[in-house]
Design a protein around this ligand. Structure first.
Ligand code: NAD
Ligand code: UDP
Length: 328
């Protein structure tokens, strides 16, 4: 009998790639999503398959799945700063209530549960590169607090279910990941820069551009997540590419890649924007035998080709979602 996996956030960027991976590995996959930031376009190719089904559902409400479940991967959550500033309460709910519902489901089904945590649990980090043992520097009442604290609570409740209910759990701390199926207008830096280049606009660097990020290609991320799920390690593991660059350098790379003759313009740095971010991946190497393999040059080229292939109207649509229809 095939193993059965529930993936929440299935219509989003990472969730849809995870659905692909599990379908290809021969699992029966149930994708669940309320489409608040995701799109059915991302999983349209999976819909006709026998081992894939889609449930349109908000996981912050009670989650019901009939039949057995072997694994649950909880990836539902707004993920870009622009998204979670627009829908802060939903962000807090999906990280807290949503996680609680799915842990309850995992307990009933005796399933192993993996949660998508984030480098944001380290906040604006004072330890560099970030090791899993670092507790972070988070402002709970700042604009990013709704996301960061939801993710920190998510880790805490997941660990509590592991400790007190003996549930099998896994925690991945995902560092900035990119690739095809990101939303062109979700505000994250890579789609922002490529979208601007494609529309013939100047590239907007926030602050003086000296803040750093380390970008991981989606295939590497999915491999790390898969290995973590199949491991027996219940504590948080960083998955990300340690190749760190400044946002100014990144803008220059996008200008070169796209061949745009636009320039960089500077805008104010958003409050609490982390000044540096780089994963220490020693744990992933040691425990999972995992390492990032895809060079940024290669990953960016694939991602650029994807964005170029999108229909013209997607390129010019600045607002993807009518979030107000979701506000409760
Ligand atoms: P995304 O916005 O593309 O995908 C999130 C998906 O979750 C969307 O399809 C959205 O509709 C769905 N969703 C949100 N709230 C929901 C709810 N209440 N019920 C059901 N579905 C809901 O974002 P992504 O980049 O794919 O991120 C996926 C997960 O990975 C998130 O949990 C995010 O915090 C985490 N993460 C991503 C990154 C990254 O760089 N991409 C970094 C750190 C953590
Ligand atoms: N950023 C930028 N211009 C943009 C969008 C983002 O300079 O148009 C910066 C942002 O201020 C941050 C970095 O790029 O320092 C990464 O931002 P993103 O929203 O992708 O993710 P974060 O890592 O901050 O969650």
């Amino acid at each position: 009998m095939k193993e059965r996996v529930l993936i929440t956030g299935a219509a989003g960027f990472l969730g849809s790639h995870l659905c692909d991976r599990f379908v290809n590995e021969g699992f029966e996959v149930i994708g669940m999503d309320n489409l608040i930031t995701g799109s059915l376009d991302n999983i349209a190719h999976l819909m006709p398959l026998e081992n894939f089904e889609f449930h349109h559902h908000d996981v912050s409400n009670f989650v019901h799945v009939s039949g057995k479940l072997d694994y649950i991967l909880h990836f539902a959550s707004p993920a870009s700063p622009i998204d979670y500033l627009k829908i802060p309460i939903q962000t807090l709910k999906v990280g807290s209530l949503g996680t609680h519902n799915l842990l309850g489901l995992a307990r009933v089904k005796k399933a192993r549960m993996l949660i998508a945590s984030t480098s944001e649990v380290y906040g604006d980090p004072l330890v560099h590169p970030q090791v899993e043992e670092y507790y972070g520097n988070v402002n709970p009442v700042g604009p990013r607090g709704v996301y960061d604290e939801a993710k920190r609570f998510q880790e805490a409740i997941t660990m509590a279910y592991h400790t007190y209910h003996k549930l099998e759990t896994r925690i991945v701390r995902i560092f900035n990941t990119y690739g095809p199926r990101m939303r062109l207008n979700d505000g994250r830096v890579l789609p922002a820069f490529i979208g601007q280049a494609l529309r013939g606009e100047d590239l907007t660097v926030f602050g003086d551009g000296s803040q750093t990020r380390s970008f991981c290609y989606v295939d590497d991320q999915v491999e790390g997540i898969f290995r973590l799920l199949m491991s027996d390690y219940p504590y948080p593991v960083n998955i990300g590419n340690p190749d760190e660059i400044t946002i100014s350098q990144f803008a220059e790379e996008i200008i070169k890649l796209t061949g745009t003759d636009q320039k960089v313009i500077y805008k104010p740095l958003p409050k609490d924007d982390p000044m540096q971010r780089q994963p220490d991946t020693s744990k992933a190497k040691k425990i999972l035998g995992w390492d990032a393999k895809v060079d940024r040059k290669v990953g960016l080229k694939i991602t650029y080709e994807y964005f170029k292939s999108l229909p013209e109207e997607k390129l010019h649509k600045t607002e993807h979602k009518n979030f107000s229809s979701f506000i409760k």
